[in-house]
Write a protein that binds this ligand. Structure first.
Ligand code: 13P
Length: 316
């Protein structure tokens, strides 16, 4: 069942967070739906502009519709990740996306407000939820590269004013995380105290944490042992910190890199161990299972494990 993020956040607020995972193809979709069926957890399926141009907009829609037929119990939102204004309108008008993110966080405050407000008006008239962003996350997200030195934590007063002026439904806040595999070097960390300050200014309002992959050291080591060349000092967010974030109103936690690592590891190890093989369905089947296991594990950390009945009851 494809519902809005707003509907999911009403159930989750303060009690658990919902994992938001980026997908690009059928293999990830099967792993995602299978994992959430095992975990009995709601989910947010994120489609980025990069994914739309890689797989094709209609192809991704078709994959998700087919996956829902295969896994009919699932409850999810289809969400546009890091949209610009034009892509937001396209996603909203498709009638398929139930949630969009307008990311104008690189613009000055007033311009960010103006763009976000236009998208909110368009989306709300069609029953679609809107996530916006204020503050700058570091790292690389597809074509967006933000130097760590330019990354700034979200100012709590600005966040409250931004929500008041735009009417957005949730807010991505910069709290020290960044996109990609190389998040933390030196003194960088997740600023939980900043989330608490933002929540004080915006009680009851859903917050979103981007850049939340853990980049497990053992995953990086396995990829490198199978021919990869990832920086072994790569570090991410300790997933145990999710339990500190969701009581403070973080309802959505974005994870992309960790899923890519699972994918890369499975395929690299398979072809290292079976150099004679050229049937990609063999590692593909392993991937479905490994991706599903990864989702189950994340759902436990997010607190969303076993929450499907509660979500279903709230929706009926
Ligand atoms: P990661 O790179 O940490 O997985 O973050 C993904 C993300 O925030 C997508 O919007």
């Amino acid at each position: 069942m494809n519902v809005t993020t707003d509907q999911l956040f009403k159930v989750a607020y303060g009690k658990f967070a919902i994992g938001a995972y980026n997908i690009n193809n059928m293999e990830q979709a099967i792993g995602l739906f299978r994992g959430h069926t095992h975990a009995q957890a709601p989910m947010i399926i994120q489609i980025s502009r990069g994914a739309r141009s890689y797989a094709g907009v209609r192809m991704l829609e078709a994959i998700i519709r087919a996956a829902e037929e295969e896994f009919p119990e699932t409850i999810f939102s289809v969400h546009l990740d890091h949209g610009d204004e034009a892509t937001c309108y396209d996603a909203i008008d498709s009638g398929f996306y139930t949630s969009v993110m307008i990311d104008a966080s690189h613009e000055p405050f007033d311009e960010n407000v103006a763009i976000t407000r236009r998208v909110v008006e368009h989306a709300h008239a069609r029953g679609v939820s809107v996530e916006a962003e204020i503050g700058q996350l570091g790292g690389i997200e597809e074509d967006i590269v933000v130097d760590e030195k330019l990354a700034t934590l979200t100012d709590p007063d600005e966040a409250a004013e931004f929500v008041r002026q735009t009417g957005c439904d949730s807010l991505a806040v910069a709290i020290g995380t960044s996109h990609g595999a190389y998040k933390f070097t030196g003194a960088q960390r997740v600023h939980i105290e900043r989330i608490a300050e933002i929540q004080q200014r915006l009680p009851g309002f859903p917050l979103v944490m981007h850049g939340s992959s853990s980049v497990p050291a053992e995953e990086v080591a396995r990829i490198n042992a199978a021919g990869g060349k990832l920086d072994p000092s790569a570090k991410g967010v300790d997933a145990d910190q999710f339990a500190e974030a969701y009581p403070l109103g973080v309802c959505k936690i974005n994870i992309d890199t960790d899923g890519r690592l699972v994918y890369t590891r499975v395929f690299r190890e398979h072809f290292r161990d079976h150099p004679e093989n050229f049937d990609f369905r063999k590692p593909g089947k392993v991937l479905f299972e490994e991706f599903a296991n990864f989702i189950v594990e994340k759902s436990r950390k997010l607190g969303s494990y076993g929450k499907l009945d509660e979500v279903r009851a709230a929706l009926s």
